[in-house]
Design a protein around this ligand. Structure first.
Ligand code: GDP
Length: 444
């Protein structure tokens, strides 16, 4: 079970919320402690854990209630979304050069699975209809060259070799020329893996990079090494400049620290993951699927998403019905205007009503100002007047009285009355209900 320990650690966080009604500042303390512990045990780097826990707590407290959704389910959803964000959000695709060949330079420490990745990547590209060629640049281990040739053979992809007496940068130059001659789509350069980072390795990589001018420079890291993998990605990026990482051995009992730390620590995305020893065990890194696997709560996630969607829909529909109905009166008007002034969540609701676009911050401030004025005038109305705006349209005396009582001008009162009728009409037109759509002229 991939990341099994992390999954069960997080489970104990949800369990702390069983029986609670809402998420509060107080009742998330314990669950957050569990989440923190689970992440640290998974070998996620400490600054990442701190930021993550902070982000989740902030959201949990402010999340509000969605009907039918329990606090523990709500927390699962928040943690899921933050995990996805942490891992880079979107899948980060391999980039291909405008004119072939695309060059992919692979680097990595010994034993991480770099040679295997070379062949897996060639196979992966082949399935996409792209031809590729491998270049054997690990001149320090003859066995590595032999292994690459064997694997290349296995996936039926040519391997360029020049023995162990030629400099890697020279092998790179020759290999690239050969690939161009053969109209190969993608060149994959294998480089020497050392047991640890040393200056010789970095200098050699820089030289090979200069010669190849690669589109992708990918560091292969072993998932079993946890946050150390993230540190390596950072170092290689600072030293030679890389475009991303390939995370191998995700099928083993790795704890998750690498998958969760690499992007946040290094700023570089994980582009591909290796999940086994077979040639087909290489796939893109999907942050959302990865989060889903870690949480193991696909059902809860889709339930919460649906519930939130339904609630948004109901909000919008209720508002719509009120505005559309000919009965839309000053009570509704006030409620509606207050809602608009309270914008935050209403922005998205209004965005859902066809014909009414999203509302800008400037419009919100304007709405807040005019709300105060409107409230004063509407409060000066009798209950009868509020429910039957026609009374105000017909009587200049009533409008005068309201102006006086609210300390506004008669013109402002007239504007308010006109606005209400305009709103009725606009909404009716929107619905395609054209009858009764005229604005009554104010009787002077
Ligand atoms: P290199 O030294 O970086 O070139 O590493 P190799 O490609 O020789 O791989 C080292 C070992 O790890 C080999 O036994 C591979 O079969 C194994 N290996 C590579 N990738 C994976 C993977 O994704 N999952 C598992 N389980 N083993 C892998």
């Amino acid at each position: 079970e991939m990341f099994g320990q992390l999954t069960s650690g997080l489970e104990s966080a949800w369990n702390k919320l069983k029986g609670e009604e809402v998420l509060t500042k107080e009742n998330i303390v314990e669950p957050m402690r569990e989440i923190r512990r689970a992440l640290l045990e998974a070998d996620v780097s400490l600054p990442v854990v701190r930021r993550f826990v902070q982000a989740v707590s902030d959201q949990a407290v402010g999340v509000g209630v969605t009907r039918g959704v329990k606090p523990d389910q709500q927390l699962v959803k928040i943690v899921n979304d933050e995990l996805v964000k942490l891992m880079g959000g979107e899948v980060s695709e391999l980039v291909f050069a405008k004119s072939a060949p695309t060059v992919i330079l692979l680097a990595g420490l010994q034993g991480v699975g770099k040679t295997t990745v070379c062949a897996k990547l060639a196979y992966y590209l082949k399935k996409q209809g792209k031809s590729s060629m491998l270049i054997a640049g690990d001149v320090y281990r003859p066995a590595a060259i032999d292994q690459l040739v064997i694997l290349g053979d296995q996936v039926k992809v040519p391997v360029y070799t020049a023995g162990t007496d030629t400099k890697p940068s020279e092998i790179a130059r020759q290999g690239l020329a050969e690939a161009k001659k053969k109209n190969i789509d993608v060149v994959i350069m294998d480089t020497a893996g050392r047991l640890q980072i040393d200056k010789g390795m970095m200098d050699e990589l820089k030289e090979v990079k200069r010669v190849l001018n690669p589109t992708e420079v990918l560091l292969v890291v072993d998932a079993m090494t946890g946050q150390e993998a993230a540190a390596l990605v950072t170092t290689f990026n600072l030293e030679i400049g890389i475009t991303g990482a390939i995370l191998t051995k995700l099928d083993g009992d790795s704890r998750g620290g690498a998958a969760l730390s690499v992007k946040e620590v290094s700023g570089k995305p994980i582009k591909l993951v290796g999940r086994g020893e077979r040639m087909e065990d290489l796939e893109p890194f999907y942050p959302d699927r990865m989060a889903g696997r870690i949480l193991g709560m696909g059902d809860v996630l889709s339930f919460v998403e649906k519930a939130q969607e339904v609630m948004r829909q109901e909000d919008a529909e209720e508002l719509q019905k009120k505005i559309m109905s000919a009965k839309f009166d000053f009570n509704d008007f006030l409620k509606q205007t207050r809602a608009v002034a309270r914008m935050g969540s209403m922005t998205r609701v209004l965005g859902m009503i066809p014909g009414m676009g999203k509302v800008t911050p400037a419009q919100i401030r304007e709405a807040e100002k005019s709300l105060k004025i409107m409230e004063a005038m509407i409060e000066a109305m009798t209950p009868e007047e509020k429910e039957q705006p026609e009374l105000l349209a017909e009587s200049v005396t009533r409008r005068k009285r309201i102006a006086q009582e609210s300390g506004k001008t008669e013109q402002q009162v007239s504007q308010l009355v006109a606005q209400l009728f305009q709103m009725r009409v606009r909404m009716k037109n929107l619905m395609g209900v054209m009858e009764g759509g005229s604005i009554p002229a104010l009787n002077n």
